[in-house]
Design a protein around this ligand. Sequence first.
Ligand SMILES: Cc1cc2nc3c(=O)[nH]c(=O)nc-3n(C[C@H](O)[C@H](O)[C@H](O)COP(=O)(O)O)c2cc1C
Length: 178
Amino acid sequence: MKMLLVNGSPRKGNTCTALTALKEGLANVPQLEITQIDAASVAIAPCKACEYCREHGLCLDEDDTNRVISAVAEADTLILATPVYWWGVSAQLKLLIDKFYSQAEALAAKSKTVGLLMVGQAATDDLQYSLISQQIQCICEYLGWKLTFARAFSADGPQELAENKAALEEIEQLWKLL
Ligand SMILES: Cc1cc2nc3c(=O)[nH]c(=O)nc-3n(C[C@H](O)[C@H](O)[C@H](O)COP(=O)(O)O)c2cc1C
């Protein structure tokens, strides 16, 4: 089983903490091949809607787009983890999501379970988390994937989530849902 974790945060803060806690729980899953992509560390130019990919099945951009989106296509399980930026996912993650367009058929060809982790400063009942969850749910439905969890956590300073033991324990248990 291949699992791809996508970290949408540009800093070593709460999203990284959430992914670390998730990986601790994932140690319970046998024969899991885990790869992590830090969206801020890969070069993915914005989609220009040139439609080159419609004809060629790959993006025209000579950056990390094709490698990264191929890794998403090959995954059995995809974890998207993002800080909340302006009521939405981070720009770093959105660049990557927009490039799903370039290999949409390949992405839809392999069914996946998907998990979503969101960390924002606002309380967990804020509308922003359901807006993001609905966006990811729509993407999953379009591509024939199954969103198995979408969890929101409230933290602001980069070490704040690391001090929230209840949240970390909850995240460590999420592997059971995948
Ligand atoms: C550009 C920017 C926009 C933000 N917008 C929001 C927002 O709309 N809602 C919110 O709750 N927090 C917002 N935040 C706060 C972050 O979501 C919060 O600090 C989060 O814990 C950051 O995660 P990280 O430590 O993994 O980077 C914003 C932070 C930045 C830098």
